[in-house]
Design a protein around this ligand. Structure first.
Ligand SMILES: Cc1ncc(COP(=O)(O)O)c(C=O)c1O
Length: 396
């Protein structure tokens, strides 16, 4: 049976990537191989470890199927699986940084990435510096002779700033600086950083790839040049995953394209509706024409995800708003079938922003009927008004 390849559309590739059913009696899905021990045929193969599988931490047919599917989607030479999205950040940073090195990290990075960078990397003798996500080719001004890694996330967490990835990669690659992108928001369906000169692509597969809020995993993919180092770095750290979890992510992948299309359509409807509300100061979503990152999003991405923020005007109370929601759950994740809301803030930013003191609500728009989501938000926004009616314009 022919495997789907780059000549096929994304949904065909999602449906047929990874395992070949004919490798396992024609069953459509791969077996879930739960494994620690692997037996060897004889003394020679045992000593030389000369067979495809030799121990559970190094992979199974189930984890391989997922790795192959992700590599195909990203256009990568190889992919490793790790137990969480956060591990997909720590493993490549630990692999490519050493004592004396300098790492540049975008200031709108996912909070726990910052925590890892601040609490672990300095203990290893690595100097950490945060940069303005919008600086593009001006990153050159921050490079030092000892800069080894530039860590990117686009759009950035909570404020959804778009980074000019091709411009940054073009500065870094000739200097041998490894660029890493956390691509969780866009998924490989809507953005492919390796095609724009990036070296390492990271996903919290926990989110859209799994899609059902029932599994934690991370993936790290890279090009042919860095693959041996990434593979070795992953192996020595022992950051493996179980085959049951890999199976769940592979299952989630099959319908990813169709899910994302609904997420995208509903999200834009909600975001546009919020832009017209008097309780809302600003909506942060790069697919909106009003967003400062819109031009880069349009140039580099082929679609938009479901996670975005909006800030509240004075006189609108975030706690009341959250407590009044009934279809939206309150929670910090995203990418699942169910809508979520959370209060976020920009207090962890290193660089000062004009909106630093604003109250931000972050939404993940799930697969529910969008009319129900808008009705839920409308009720909650009205309930959240604490200012006297004269101080706040009437709801539109
Ligand atoms: C951009 C981004 N990267 C990584 C992660 C970490 O994923 P996990 O929760 O699987 O550790 C998250 C989680 O919210 C995220 O938003």
């Amino acid at each position: 049976m022919a495997k789907a390849d780059a000549s096929h559309g994304p949904n065909t590739r999602l449906g047929h990537g990874g395992n070949d059913p004919m490798d396992y009696y024609g069953f459509v899905n791969p077996p879930v191989v739960r494994a620690s021990t692997v037996l060897f045929l004889d003394a020679r193969t045992l000593i030389a470890e000369d067979q495809k599988y030799n121990y559970g931490t190094h992979g199974t047919p189930t984890t391989d199927a997922l790795c192959e599917a992700i590599s195909g989607l990203e256009g990568a030479a190889g992919t490793v699986l790790v137990p969480s999205g956060l591990a997909a950040i720590s493993v490549p940073l630990l692999t490519f940084l050493s004592a004396g090195d300098h790492v540049l990290i975008t200031d709108s990075v996912y909070g726990p990435t910052r925590r890892f960078a601040n609490e672990v990397l300095p203990r290893m003798g690595v100097t950490v510096e945060y940069f303005d996500p919008l600086l593009g080719a001006d990153i050159a001004r921050h490079l030092r002779p000892e800069t080894r890694v530039v860590f990117l996330e686009t759009p950035g967490s909570n404020t959804f700033d778009m980074q000019d990835i091709p411009a940054i990669a073009a500065i870094c690659r000739p200097r041998g600086i490894v660029t890493m992108v956390d691509n969780t928001w866009a998924t490989p369906l809507y953005y492919r950083p390796l095609e724009q000169g990036v070296d390492i692509v990271i996903h919290a597969a926990t989110k859209y790839l799994g899609g059902h809020s029932d599994v934690l995993m991370g993936t790290v993919s890279t090009n042919a040049q860095l693959w041996p180092r990434l593979y070795r770095g992953h192996m020595v750290l022992g950051m493996c995953v179980g085959s049951d979890d890999a199976y769940l992510i592979l299952r989630g992948l099959r319908g990813l394209g169709r899910r994302l299309a609904v997420h995208q359509e509903s999200t834009l409807a909600v975001a546009r509706w919020l832009e017209g509300r008097d309780e809302v100061k600003r909506v942060y979503h790069p697919a909106l024409e009003t967003d400062p990152g819109h031009a880069i999003w349009k140039r580099d991405f082929s679609g938009a995800a479901s996670l975005f923020s909006f800030s509240l005007r004075d006189g609108v109370d975030a706690h009341r708003l959250l407590n009044a929601l009934s279809v939206f759950g309150l929670g910090y994740s995203y990418g699942g079938y169910e809508s979520l809301a959370a209060k976020v803030n920009l207090a962890d930013r290193t660089l000062k922003r004009a909106d630093a003191e604003d109250t931000l609500i972050r939404l993940h728009i799930g697969l529910e009927d969008v009319e129900d989501l808008i009705a839920d938000l409308e009720r909650a926004l009205i309930a959240a008004r604490v200012a006297a009616p004269d101080d706040l314009p009437a709801a539109s």
